[in-house]
Design a protein around this ligand. Structure first.
Ligand SMILES: C[S@@+](CC[C@H](N)C(=O)[O-])C[C@H]1O[C@@H](n2cnc3c(N)ncnc32)[C@H](O)[C@@H]1O
Length: 238
């Protein structure tokens, strides 16, 4: 098949948007900047701990504000895995809890574009991150596919229209279950839900993992030993 006589769909199917120069450029820049988390993350964590020690309640908004310069992204390996999963199931509607600067969103948008188009709906509590993620999508050429909703994902994702093909959970850990419960009625059978940081937040995420692995809630699920533990769940229906 030559580019000269192929249709637009043929040409999309022949390659990967991850090889597109614009997409690669933004991803490389963001992954490089994220290395600074080595210094920024401990500072933010200590700041949040001091707030709690002083007896003040640390709201999710305060935690996100303190993390406004911290990427805490998925790894490039996880990104590639997300892309492959999304491509395998032909995902056209993807929802993400916790967008940060948009690293994971870029891998998801690349997969949706290569499947022939659709939508990626991200969510971010911190306004400056939502703005920068939106700008990063524009720089990569994904503005037509991606919307990053500002505010608490439990509310902003409640209005997403199904059927949803794929969900990535990567926001604050106490909300994985509430966000999942908002989205479950909109999942199509065979939809994939991926949840990050199962190992670091083993205790906080135990209720989530039990919900997914019990076999009683419409999911079949296993924890993959990729990066910090990726819970891989398939919605099989109740
Ligand atoms: C681990 S980071 C996400 C990293 C991103 N998925 C990536 O790979 O680049 C978690 C993000 O979730 C956001 N977040 C936390 N709670 C949220 C909520 N209730 N609604 C929307 N975003 C939230 C935080 O502000 C933070 O930027």
């Amino acid at each position: 098949m030559t580019a000269g006589n192929g249709t637009r769909r043929d040409m999309q199917a022949a390659g990967s948007s991850l090889q597109d120069a614009r997409v690669r450029g933004v991803l490389e820049r963001l992954h490089r900047s994220a290395r600074g988390d080595l210094f920024r993350l401990p500072r933010a964590v200590v700041g949040n701990a001091l707030t709690q020690l002083s007896g003040r309640r640390l709201t999710p908004e305060m935690r996100s504000r303190a993390m406004k310069d911290v990427y805490i992204p998925i790894s490039a390996e996880q990104g590639k895995f997300l892309y492959l999963v999304a491509r395998s199931i032909g995902a056209r509607t993807v929802v993400e809890f916790g967008t940060s600067f948009g690293i994971s969103t870029l891998y998801l948008a690349a997969a949706v574009r290569d499947a022939g188009g659709g939508r990626v709906i991200g969510s971010e509590l911190e306004e400056s991150k939502q703005r920068q993620a939106t700008a990063n999508m524009a720089e990569a050429g994904f503005s037509d596919l991606v919307e990053v909703r500002l505010g608490d994902a439990v509310k902003t994702l409640a209005t997403v229209e199904g059927p949803i093909d794929l969900v990535l959970l990567d926001g604050w850990k106490d909300l994985y279950l509430p966000v999942l419960q908002v989205l479950t009625p909109k999942l199509r059978k065979g939809a994939v839900v991926l949840a990050d940081n199962i190992f670091t937040f083993r205790k906080a995420l135990r209720p989530y993992v039990e919900h997914m692995q019990s076999g009683r809630n419409g999911f079949q699920s296993t924890t993959l030993t990729i990066a910090d533990g990726f819970e891989y769940s398939v919605y099989v229906g109740e």
